[in-house]
Design a protein. Structure first.
Length: 399
């Protein structure tokens, strides 16, 4: 296995991700650090921001041993194309038969697991995970489990880290699931990254011409061609993927058919108008999806951030005329998101208060302006960000 992030291998990633490539990820131990309790697994904030940025640029999927519903809750608003749970079994055509096989396996091992302290069954309907804590009798216990599962036709075992996964042998595994997703999303190649034995099914299933397999941590037996030394290196990989896609999308300098020939001033004005148009389009999409515009949600965030903010101060923050703000506040109040009360010291001034309903609206995910901005911020170096902010502030002052 070669280190993907080594300088000598940078060209591998650059070449592979050109064009229509699918990015597929495991979750536990890959996007999320491994934790003692499965229910505590979560992405680090920076990983989540970078993953969001990547998902805005590439078709992304997650194939996990977890239930799909459990995983969707953990990734929040990241715009992935698909989540497949149960080690790929969610993509089975005959799910009834898979469910029956898993139920029979559960009956065969229930008493064995119940007799072992610190061991329990996670029943995910289309697969089982027997969790255990290592002890002096672990090998004997696992052998007992394997014998019991072996009495149930059409079952299979996939070992993990302090877990034994029980699957239906006739159900799709992660390899089949990733191949199916690649074809359904009309991609001709897939980059897959995982960290344990269930992920080896992907590394073995797809040909190297279609797969860039990456395993986290050294594993001499692995069929993955490349590795990341540790889980935290996922952030570096995600950042590289964002940069590569942005470079691919950038126009060639001086190309005669590009708008850059307009000159710096006109080119910047074109970009600013494009940004303004994009903000309005995303705001309209927000209104259709979650019932509130980008500007209205920003007003709520500012009012929540500064309790008792006056209507005049909010108008200044938003750079809108007070009469424009009046209409916005009226709509927010009508929907029960905000209240306006007279100032105790000056009855002519209104103090704004976000209602519990308004605070709950700020927790709603989806294709918001905030998620788009956050994804770009996460992938932008601090020096570039400070330079861009200073430039924009000077431009605002000049205008």
């Amino acid at each position: 296995m070669k280190r993907l992030l080594a300088p000598a291998n940078k060209h591998v990633l650059r070449k592979f991700v050109r064009g229509r490539v699918l990015l597929a990820f495991d979750f536990d131990g890959t996007l999320s650090p491994l934790v003692a309790r499965a229910e505590d697994a979560t992405m680090r904030p920076r990983t989540a921001a970078l993953f969001t940025a990547v998902a805005h640029r590439y078709p992304c999927v997650i194939v996990t041993g977890r239930r799909a519903s459990d995983l969707k809750r953990r990734i929040g608003t990241v715009p992935v194309a698909a989540v497949v749970g149960n080690h790929g079994a969610d993509s089975a055509v005959n799910r009834i038969e898979v469910r029956r096989t898993v139920a029979a396996a559960r009956r065969a091992i229930t008493d064995i697991v119940a007799s072992e302290p610190d061991s329990w069954i996670e029943n995910k309907t289309y697969s089982l995970s027997v969790h255990f804590r290592p002890a002096h009798n672990t090998e004997r216990y696992l052998a007992h489990l394997r014998r019991a599962v072996g009495t149930v036709p059409h079952t299979g075992l996939v070992p993990g880290k302090n877990v034994l996964n029980i699957v239906a042998a006739n159900a799709p595994d992660k390899g089949h699931a990733v191949e199916q997703l690649m074809r359904s999303l009309r991609c001709d190649r897939v980059l897959f990254i995982g960290d344990d034995e269930t992920d080896e099914r992907v590394f073995r299933h797809l040909p190297t011409s279609q797969l860039l397999g990456i395993r986290i941590g050294p594993a001499p037996h692995s069929r993955a061609a490349y590795l990341l030394d540790k889980q935290a290196d996922v952030d570096v990989l995600l950042s590289e993927l964002v940069a590569l896609k942005d470079q691919e999308a950038a126009p060639a300098p001086g190309a005669p058919d590009q708008p850059g020939v307009l000159g710096e001033a006109l080119e910047l004005m074109r970009v600013l108008w494009a940004l303004d148009h994009s903000l309005h389009q995303r705001s309209k999409l927000m209104h259709r999806r979650i019932g509130i515009t980008g500007e209205q949600r920003l007003a709520l965030r500012l009012a929540l951030h500064a309790p008792g903010l006056s209507a005049g101060d909010l108008a200044s923050f938003l750079h809108v005329h007070p009469s424009t703000l009046t209409g916005m506040l009226s709509r927010l109040s009508r929907h029960g998101y905000m209240k306006a009360r007279p100032d105790k010291n000056d009855r002519r001034r209104l103090r704004l208060e976000v209602t519990p309903k308004g605070a709950k609206m700020l927790e709603v995910g989806g294709p918001t302006v905030e998620t788009a901005v956050a994804s770009v911020l996460a992938a932008t170096p601090d020096d570039q960000l400070s330079t861009a902010r200073a430039f924009l502030e000077r431009l605002i002052a000049a205008l």
